[in-house]
Design a protein around this ligand. Structure first.
Ligand code: NDP
Length: 292
């Protein structure tokens, strides 16, 4: 049933630069219609110098809230009245909820990943996992996994300037959550093989394997993969990376990043509306959009 726009229709949106390529408007507007929420979702190109004013507009225009993407995820934190535990630990947000003028910052990417694992019957709570990459997506996953009760996480990143910067942040997340988190050099093949030997999950959170570089793999040797090592790749384009193909060939569960994208949106939707997003209806729309 189509909702009619009225004087009471509320606004949600995406603040990013660029924002116009996003799948979020179709995802949320469809979900608003399906659940009878009188709201629309639009994407806005927000210049970095205008972020503060754009966030103030959420209060002034009584918006439900917004999602944030690059380059605003970290800068927006300082404009919040309150932060979720994950947002505080990470120092970044992708969702703002307007609670009667009080703005609360959340990060739902990690929630999306954990929910996608659950949907694929991958149980990692109380166990050990290995993650490749320590950037934005990786940090969100590491933090949510630690909050949710994953026992130990081995993180592998290239040993560049960023490596030194991420080390104290991972130490802080480990301390607050009681999860053992260790950072290693991605080039250390023996360390990677050792970590994977005791891991119940491998996550790729690097860009390696993403279109157009679809022939690349983030691991040096397929031999470290095995049937009882599920693999989750944050990449959703292509739908099956070279890493996921190799994992599947061993008989392991192989999951792409589409579910993470879907469930991070569902988590934001629930924060704004209190309702479950009809994910079965939204997933084919996303699959279609990605193919375009
Ligand atoms: P970032 O730039 O923040 O992080 C990228 C990570 O990959 C860093 O750890 C980076 O290391 C590493 N990396 C990049 N290139 C290489 C390379 N050639 N060799 C080894 N490591 C490399 O990006 P994001 O975390 O935002 O995004 C990463 C991926 O996750 C993208 O493919 C993105 O599309 C996907 N993503 C998926 C989401 C979903 O919902 N499914 C949500 C968000 C992102 P360093 O920084 O040291 O260079």
């Amino acid at each position: 049933m189509e909702n009619e726009i009225s004087g009471k229709t509320r606004l949600a949106g995406l603040y990013a630069l660029p924002a116009r390529h996003s799948f979020s408007p179709i995802m949320h507007t469809t979900a608003f219609q399906a659940t009878g929420v009188d709201a629309v979702y639009l994407s806005f190109d927000v210049q970095p110098g205008r972020l503060g004013e754009s966030i103030q507009a959420i209060r002034d225009l009584e918006m439900l809230g917004v999602n944030l993407s690059m380059p605003h995820k970290m800068e927006a934190v300082k404009h919040m009245d309150e932060l979720s535990q994950a947002a505080r630990l990470i120092g970044a947000i992708n969702t703002i909820v307007n609670q009667d003028g009080k703005l609360i910052g959340h990060i739902t990417d990690g929630i999306g990943c954990m929910e996608s694992l659950k949907q694929n019957k991958i149980d990692i709570i109380g166990k050990r996992m290995t993650i490749l990459g320590a950037g934005g997506a990786a940090t969100a996953i590491i933090t949510q996994a630690a909050i949710d009760g994953v026992a130990a996480i081995d993180v592998f990143n290239i040993k560049d300037d960023f490596y030194q910067k991420i080390e104290p942040k991972l130490a802080m997340i480990a301390e607050e959550t009681n999860c053992q988190i260790q950072l290693h050099d991605l080039a250390d093949e023996k360390q990677l093989a050792d970590a994977l030997a005791t891991s119940s999950l491998l996550v790729n959170a690097t860009n390696i394997g993403m279109a157009p570089n679809i022939d690349q793999m983030p691991i040096p040797d397929e031999k470290v993969l095995r049937k009882d090592l599920p693999v989750f790749d944050v990449i959703y384009h292509p739908g099956e990376t070279k890493l996921l193909k190799a994992a599947k060939a061993t008989g392991a569960t192989a999951v792409n990043g589409l579910g993470m994208l879907l469930f991070q949106g569902a988590a934001a939707f629930k924060l704004w509306t209190g309702k479950e997003m009809p994910v079965d209806q939204i997933q084919p729309l996303l699959e279609n959009e990605i193919k375009k």
